[in-house]
Design a protein around this ligand. Structure first.
Ligand SMILES: NC(=O)c1ccc[n+]([C@@H]2O[C@H](COP(=O)([O-])OP(=O)(O)OC[C@H]3O[C@@H](n4cnc5c(N)ncnc54)[C@H](O)[C@@H]3O)[C@@H](O)[C@H]2O)c1
Ligand SMILES: [Zn+2]
Length: 347
């Protein structure tokens, strides 16, 4: 698997300079963009980037709601009607939902057309738009239909973060914290030195985060070993996310992952106490525990479904020190429960 070409810290007026050749050579160009991002950004993008004047715009529902079969169907119908061929080019402008959907649409159409990801969320920039995973949800099961297909290009334009709600920004920052904990102690130190967490203070770290994810994905594209470390915090995180979603009081993915990272930190037997305290204190400050955490028993149904759990034992990625992780660590159910209660049910 190759690293995609990446354009860093691009200004809006230069958004598509790096893909001018691809646009010129494409038989047709499509932009997939969600309704909300379109409302905020599309006019500016088209005004500043005249090379896309002839692009066909496909608007999709906002956020996660676009990752549905009907939307995929609608996109392919349009391409077939337009007689789009294999030289068509797709540009996905949006968060992880848009790049997951658009990537899948491009990967399967005529056995694959080229596509470019232009992430507009922090999660997209440091995580979702890189690494080749594409998917839709099916029968309410998240990411159940998908494939691995790398984008040809990744264009990072931090200007988009200006309109991103704080909750979404912090959600992406949780993944950035994860990268530092599993792979880069000096990055962790740098986060700890931040006086404030906002788009301006976080942007300088985007490049390093993309390098970390790219490096891990390059080593293990199909998640057979080291890529599993990117799931740090996600075993409990996914269970919490599903639990609150079903209760119709959703909490952002990153928030749930941050809670999951506190838990996985506590479970990390090889990690020294000082490091545990440091990690928990930092996470608590940005992602305090919600007043009401679910009972352990209410999470079992979600934990049992976790794709990392094989043959009935719970599998985690755990830390050995700040910046180093080990994957596929089995934890027995009793210890998992006791640790959960220690972390979240102590008062
Ligand atoms: N493929 C992967 O490796 C991978 C990794 C992580 C997450 N994901 C997927 O990504 C999805 C989540 O993506 P996300 O967190 O980037 O959010 P998202 O794409 O779901 O968007 C979240 C919300 O933010 C809005 N938004 C996006 N950019 C904006 C901007 N610049 N200004 C204002 N509003 C903006 C969207 O309209 C939407 O309402 C999930 O479906 C998840 O499964 C995939
Ligand atoms: Zn995640």
């Amino acid at each position: 698997m190759d690293h995609p070409n990446i354009s860093w810290e691009v200004e809006l007026e230069n958004l598509f300079d790096s893909i001018q050749e691809e646009i010129d050579q494409a038989s047709s160009t499509y932009i997939i963009i969600d309704e909300k991002i379109s409302q905020i950004w599309l006019n500016d993008v088209l005004e500043q980037c005249p090379q896309l004047a002839k692009a066909n715009i496909i608007e999709i529902p906002e956020g996660e709601a676009c990752k549905e079969w009907e939307i995929l169907h609608h996109i392919w119908e349009q391409w077939i009607e337009d007689k789009a061929d294999r030289q068509a080019l797709l540009i996905n402008i949006g968060g992880g939902s848009t790049t997951d959907l658009g990537g899948l649409a491009a990967a399967l159409y005529k056995r694959g057309i080229g596509f470019v990801n232009v992430p507009t969320t922090l999660t997209g920039m440091v995580d979702a738009a890189i690494g080749g995973k594409t998917a839709i949800n099916f029968h309410h099961i998240k990411n159940s239909i998908g494939t691995f297909q790398d984008a040809d290009q990744l264009i990072v334009c931090p200007v988009f973060l200006e309109s991103l709600p704080e909750e979404e920004l912090l959600s992406g920052f949780a993944e950035m914290i994860k990268h530092s904990l599993i792979a880069d102690a000096s990055l962790w130190e740098a986060y700890n030195d931040l006086e404030e967490i906002n788009a301006a203070t976080i942007v300088p770290f985007i490049k390093r985060n993309i390098q970390i994810k790219n490096h891990i994905v390059f080593e293990d594209p199909f998640e057979e070993n080291i890529r599993k470390q990117l799931n740090f915090g996600h075993t409990l995180g996914h269970a919490l996310e599903s639990y609150w979603l079903e209760k119709q009081t959703p909490l952002s993915h990153g928030y749930c992952v941050a809670l999951g990272m506190k838990y996985a930190t506590a479970l990390s037997v090889q990690l020294d106490t000082e490091a545990k305290t440091e990690i928990t204190a930092f996470l608590d400050e940005i992602f305090p525990n919600p007043e009401q955490m679910p009972e352990w028993n209410d999470l079992l149904i979600y934990l049992n479904q976790d794709k990392k759990n094989q043959k009935g034992s719970l599998k985690f990625t755990l830390l050995t020190s700040i910046g180093h992780a080990v994957h596929d660590q089995s934890v027995d159910w009793e210890e998992a429960q006791n640790c959960y209660n220690r972390c979240f049910q102590s008062n």
